[in-house]
Design a protein around this ligand. Sequence first.
Ligand code: TYD
Ligand code: MG
Length: 458
Amino acid sequence: MPKTRSSFVCQNCGYRAPKGFGRCPNCGQFNSMVEEIQEVAKPAKQNRQPTGTLRSTPQRLGEVSMDIGERLYVPMEEFNRVLGGGIVPGSIVLLGGEPGIGKTTLLSQVSGVIANEVGIVLYVSGEESAAQIKMRADRLSIEAQDLFLLTETNLAQIIEQVNRVNPTVLIVDSIQTMYAEDLESSPGNVSQVRECAGRLQSLAKSSGICVFLVGHVTKEGSIAGPKVLEHIVDTVLYLEGDPFQAFRLLRSVKNRFGATSEVGVFEMSGAGMVEVPNPSEAFLAERVVNAPGSAIAVTMEGTRPLLVELQALTSPTAFGNPRRTPNGVDMNRLLLVSAVLSKRVGLRLHEQDIFVNVVGGMKIDEPASDLAMAVAMASSYYDKAIAADLAFIGEVGLSGELRAVGQLSARLHEAAKLGFKRAIVPKMRRKVDDVPNGLKLIDVRNIAEALAVAVPRE
Ligand code: TYD
Ligand code: MG
């Protein structure tokens, strides 16, 4: 019998220790250490080959080839955009998201189009039976000769089948269900997840197959089977959105082959994910004009400007502490903006509950949408609607001043494209060039000046 050794591994950060702790000494998580049995490796032989697939000698920087192989163009523009212009052969991509958000749906559709237009796809599912996947594929009207299904969770078997089928793209749904036989721990454990991902990465690099891994996220919102997974892969994508809303955002948070924070926008329909090429238009589609408490912000998601409607409602606090309820915006920004409105403009918000909502289920964390949030709150407070042709861009500082934001020109063009006639922006030290025709810039120094234009008090 091979000798075994037990050790304790933190399921949150992957820290390993010979004995368990109630609290992980590395990341501070409570009750996260789990015992794992390991076989003790045979002593290394003198002539052992180095591990890893890449053996190389030092090269001069100038002589290094930049050839990453030709990107495979997926006939699904929103998906390509997030990947940085297509799939890079030999790369490994992790797609994370909450259960039920649409990861399997999206990847089934992507497999369908790739199998039809690019090459063979092997879809490995550890969660659903082949019949279930077929039913979904029928619902999504996926018909592809070159799409192969495999329901398997044993990694060695999967790699054997990959060598047989030799696909262009391999999809593993999900990495938490896979296991390597030679490891004692159960599937989903951090050692299994890390080992399986590591082996699939070597497979991708040595064979040129592009691998997509589906990863579940934990309650806290990070991909289960910790950060180590994010280090192994080349690209990390998150599919996010409000499950009660139709819009889904595919966001890249790490990309070794392209820009990060790119987003692709989809709409979940009865027939799967539908691309939304003009998201601003879609987000503003249900806008009610002349309603108090609504303001339009122009945010940037990667290189793409997006117009979103921010709604605020202030209502007198019934008793006790006033409540602050953000939905789609950061709580801290909501607190900051409401404090600035109280102190610098004199709104009596300390006796008001405040609710802020981003329409369409979007999440915005860009400070450039502060101004829209402030104006929406003031508009609800005074019960006075904001003119429908006004868009707002600007970050709010602690003394009520408006701070400049990046990529102003791209934002202005998007606003003009959607028919906005005026934009309130922070006063710049130099003249803004490239202002679109038909859009009037109103530059203001502080929040009080912005309110004087947006919600005038006579
Ligand atoms: P799924 O892709 O299974 O989510 P994940 O793999 O991220 O866990 O998506 C499941 C949800 O999507 C389910 O609640 C039903 C919904 N759905 C649609 O609205 N339309 C469709 O065409 C499909 C296939 C699913
Ligand atoms: Mg799924």
